[in-house]
Each structure stands twice: as C-alpha cells, then as structure tokens.
Design a protein around this ligand. Structure first.
Ligand code: ADP
Ligand code: MG
Length: 351
C-alpha cells in the first residue's frame, strides 16, 4: 500500500442483540483499519458477524442491537457515539453502501434517474437540470446503455445486474470516500457477478475510494481485495494481504475456507471440501477458539483459552494456538498445498 493513511479504525467492537431467546453475541472484539484507497475484504461463513460489523459502521443496526464496547473512528469522530441525525449526514454522502439485494435500496415506484440523484438534491439542493445531467453521467459511467432513455424508467424494468449498477451509481452520486459493499454480487449469476466486480474495481481505482467488501465467498475477493480479514463467530481470526491469505494461510478456519473454494482446476465432477459441522450458536459462544469443535487440528488449549493474535509478518496476523512457539508443527491440508503450488507456478492467477 503506497498510502497508509487510515480512513476508518474499528477498535475492539462488541455488538449484541437482545432476543426472546437471550443475548446474541454477534460481534466479539473486532478491530481493523481501513486505509485510504484500499479494498479490504471481510470474509466468513454466513452468521459470522460481517453484516453486523458493516451496519455498525453505517449506523443502521436494528433497534434490539447494542454496541457494548469499542470505537469506530472516522474523520476524528467516534461513529458509535453519533446521534441519528449526524449519522444520516455521513451515510450516503461520505460513506456509500451497496447491498446484496438492490431492490432493498431502490424505491419501486420512483423513476431510477431520480433515485440516483436523490441524495444530491436533498443534501446539496442542486437544480433539476443539473441533477438530471449528473444522473445520466453516472448511469453511463456504470455501464447502463441508453442512459437518457432509461432515466425515466422504474426499477422493475431493469435486470438484477442493471439494478445493482443503478445502486452503485446512486452510491457514487455524492462522491463518497468509502464504499461498503455487503455481498453485492451474491444474488447475481456468475457472468454478471464478474462484470459488477470489475466495475467496482475500476471505480475504486479511478476515484481512489476505500472499499470494504463483504462476502461469504473467498473466491470472489481474490482479484478484488488488497487485504483480507477472515471472520469466524464474531471475531477476526486471521488477516493479511491477499497474497498472505491465499499463499500462506495460518488459521485452520482459513484453510477450510480455502479448501472449500472451487478454482480453475476444479472440474464439475470434483467434490468440493465441505467444512464439517456448523458455526456455533451465538447465544452461547464457546470458550477458547470458537472453531475448535470443527477443527481437526484442535488441541486441548483450543477448547479452554482464547488464542491471541500472533504476528506472522508485518502485514499478517492470525489467532490460532498453532502459532504458539510450543505448538506441534502441523502440515497444511494436502488439497491446499497442491493448490498453492499450482497457483505459485501459474503466474498472474491472483493479482
Ligand atoms: P453475516 O456474517 O452472515 O453477515 P450477520 O452479521 O448478519 O452475519 O449476523 C451475525 C450474528 O448476529 C448471527 O448470529 C445473526 O443471527 C445475529 N443477528 C444479526 N441480526 C440480528 C438481529 N436483528 N437480531 C438478532 N440477532 C441478529
Ligand atoms: Mg451478511
């Protein structure tokens, strides 16, 4: 990273939900930095706390949520302490967001051109002509054909991929510094998914945006992310550059995620590795390393004591007892070893 300016610092964030069944411990001590101009991916199985983390940054947690501890520093402010009104000024203008389901961020009965520039018109009170010109420019920039004509159409007249482009155009209208993308391509088919990823990458480069890219699919981020944080059961268990995570993974959970990912050499007949068991119930988070029960490399201590973050290199950290100097040496799974060798031989697969 050329520019190491932090734009967001999340420090020791704890988020719980009050439910009839009890307290859900959704996020349990998450810390990370987002740097200016980088794309940080947050990856983990469903339920690991990715969306709760991003919603905490956006200030859009549901009413039964509590930020129990921690800080989210942005522009000299702690976002966890902001009032709703101050938050809504930042949201959608300095920080843009894109979700899995574009329909959830679009108004079905409003013409799409209007939706793209709504933020501008409300916050900057620009004229109708100006906002129309701006909307059409943005529609062209995100690859919507016949933008002038389509300006007056409604969301239902667009395909899923085109709707997601509209949401991206709307998120960019106010020139945000940060774009949070929460599973932006999960609902789309593979070809469209690739196009949307390419679009986000191009925009990120062009505008030097900081992007937080959330996905359950590690395969999606290989070509998009500068850095990757792996989440499990409400915690970040490993983080590093994309190369660190793909070529030198350290946490057995990261090994499992990587092993369950199809790659260029996987044919349709190959059976993919499936991580055994299920993530823990966050009403009762387990002691120790939360992944222990599903980890064939688990040691006694994994069930008892939480591992600290061990430093692997200046860019790479992982919370696994396997990195303790006294831990037995274990070999990474065979499928992964093969894959890493293949990737290293095939230059350019990753970056
Ligand atoms: P994901 O990594 O799939 O985005 P989430 O961040 O949505 O996961 O969820 C993390 C945990 O918080 C899960 O156990 C989920 O069930 C719980 N959770 C999320 N939203 C709520 C809510 N509104 N009420 C109760 N529990 C919730
Ligand atoms: Mg989610």
């Amino acid at each position: 990273m050329e520019n190491r300016n932090k734009i967001i610092e999340v420090k020791n964030l704890y988020v719980t939900f009050n439910t009839f069944a009890g307290k859900v411990h959704a996020v349990r001590g998450v810390s990370f930095d987002l740097y200016k101009g980088e794309t940080l991916a947050i990856v983990g199985e469903s339920g690991s706390g990715k969306s709760v983390t991003s919603k905490s940054i956006m200030g859009i947690l549901s009413k039964n949520a509590n930020i129990e501890r921690g800080e989210i520093l942005y522009d000299n402010k702690d976002l966890t302490k902001l009032q709703d009104k101050e938050f809504s000024n930042i949201r959608g203008s300095e920080i843009g967001m894109i979700f899995q389901d574009p329909m959830s961020s679009l108004d079905p009965v409003m013409k799409i051109g209007k939706q793209i520039t709504e933020v501008l018109r409300i916050k900057h009170k620009i004229s109708k002509e100006e906002s129309k010109a701006k909307a059409i420019d943005l529609m062209k920039a995100v690859g919507i054909p016949q933008a002038e004509k389509r300006y007056n159409q409604y969301p239902f007249q667009f395909s899923g991929g085109m709707r997601q482009r509209i949401v991206i155009a709307a998120a960019l209208a106010s020139n945000p510094d940060i774009l949070i993308c929460d599973e932006p391509t999960t609902a789309l088919d593979v070809t469209i998914q690739a196009q949307i990823l390419e679009l986000i990458k191009d925009i990120q480069r062009e505008k030097n945006l900081s992007v937080m890219f959330i996905t359950h699919d590690l395969g999606v981020v290989a070509n998009v992310a500068d850095r990757i944080a792996v989440m499990y059961a409400g915690k970040i268990v490993e983080y590093g550059t994309t190369e660190d995570i793909f070529y030198n993974p350290q946490h057995p959970y990261t090994w499992s995620l990587l092993s369950s990912m199809p790659d260029l050499n996987t044919s349709s007949e190959d059976e993919l590795f499936v991580i055994p068991g299920t993530p823990p119930n966050m009403l009762y988070p387990p002691k120790g390393d939360a992944f222990a029960a599903r980890n064939r490399f688990a040691m006694e201590i994994d069930f008892e004591e939480e591992p600290p973050m061990f430093k692997v290199s200046d860019t790479h950290y992982a919370a696994t007892w396997l990195l303790h100097p006294k831990a037995p040496k274990v070999e990474i799974p065979e499928i992964l070893k093969k894959r890493i060798n293949m990737q290293t031989q095939k230059e350019g697969v990753l970056v």
